[in-house]
Ligand binder design. Structure first.
Ligand code: NDP
Ligand code: 8X3
Length: 261
């Protein structure tokens, strides 16, 4: 499956936020490529259903790790107590994340801000801190962070969400620098509009408002992004795709979208 040992398809890939959207699509595409999967998210029943599907379709071995990435103690314990045959992680896909609200900063909800910062930024750090030492000691591994166009360009009401994704971009850059001289690779994949549960979560379950986000355009699909993640991971060992912005054809920037009426 991957660049380092193409003759060993059974690399172990840990995907955060595997219960939905881009994370679930990554699970499917890496399973099809022959990977073993560590699937994490808070909703265990969804992970169980996904693992059963992948077992049936691709004979995939999955290890389920129900976990809230914003709970530092839970993350550390979960990763420290992995069974020995699951503790060598080759690829980490830091995908778990969310947006909450689209209010102007002076009207924003502090709990929404905290949830975004704790998940998108601190959660990514906790998981990475727990997984990375093993990769460094083996001199082998690939970290893929799912950033966003929002980490490159801020949009009205995006304030704190955009700040967390700008932070993810800075962390990806910093990590690449810190790992210079090792064989480890770091990639940031930064999508624009992808139709997932993202907008429903942003608007606290308001499905009508969420679906209006994608009205009149053909948005990216989670599978589109998963294909790109797999492409990054399967490049030859000397190729590090550092940062990729991926937009729907109908989107030109964080704020410019062409909608057919
Ligand atoms: P979804 O809402 O469909 O999926 C989000 C995933 O993150 C779920 O699996 C959810 O699992 C998990 N998650 C959220 N909070 C936590 C938490 N505290 N602990 C563990 N897991 C958590 O959205 P997407 O697939 O769209 O989002 C995936 C990533 O892609 C996010 O980082 C998002 O910011 C980014 N992104 C999305 C874009 C889009 O337009 N959709 C564009 C650019 C980037 P559970 O609730 O079961 O814990
Ligand atoms: C998600 C895409 O444009 O809503 O990161 O910020 S956007």
């Amino acid at each position: 499956m991957t660049q380092n040992q193409p003759d060993q398809p059974d690399q172990t890939v840990l995907i955060t936020g595997a219960s939905s959207g881009i994370g679930a699509a990554c699970a499917r595409i890496f399973a099809a490529a022959g990977a073993r999967l560590i699937l994490t998210a808070r909703r265990l029943e969804r992970l169980e259903a996904l693992a059963a599907e992948l077992k049936q379709q691709f004979q995939t071995s999955s290890h389920l790790l129900p976990c809230d990435v914003s709970d530092q103690a839970a993350v550390t314990t979960a990763l420290e107590t992995l069974p020995p045959d699951w503790s060598t992680i080759d690829v980490l896909i830091n995908n778990a994340g969310l947006s909450r609200g689209l209010e102007k900063l002076h009207q924003g909800s502090l709990s929404d801000w905290e949830e975004m910062i704790d998940t998108n930024l601190k959660g990514l750090l906790y998981v990475t801190r727990a997984v990375l030492p093993g990769m460094v000691s083996r001199n082998r591994g690939h970290i893929v962070n799912i950033g966003s166009i929002a980490g490159h360009q801020t949009y009205p009401g995006g304030n704190v969400y955009c700040a967390t994704k700008a932070a993810v971009r800075a962390l990806s850059e910093g990590l690449k620098m810190d790992l210079l001289g090792t064989a480890l690779r770091v990639s940031s994949i930064d999508p624009g509009m992808v139709e997932t549960e993202f907008s429903e979560v942003r608007f606290h379950g308001d499905r009508e408002r969420a679906s209006s986000v994608y009205q009149g355009i053909t948005p990216l699909t989670p599978h589109d992004i998963a294909e790109i993640v797999l492409f990054c991971v399967s490049r030859p060992a000397h190729v590090n795709i550092s940062d990729l912005i991926v937009l729907a054809t109908a989107q030109a920037s964080a704020t410019m979208v062409h909608r057919s009426s």
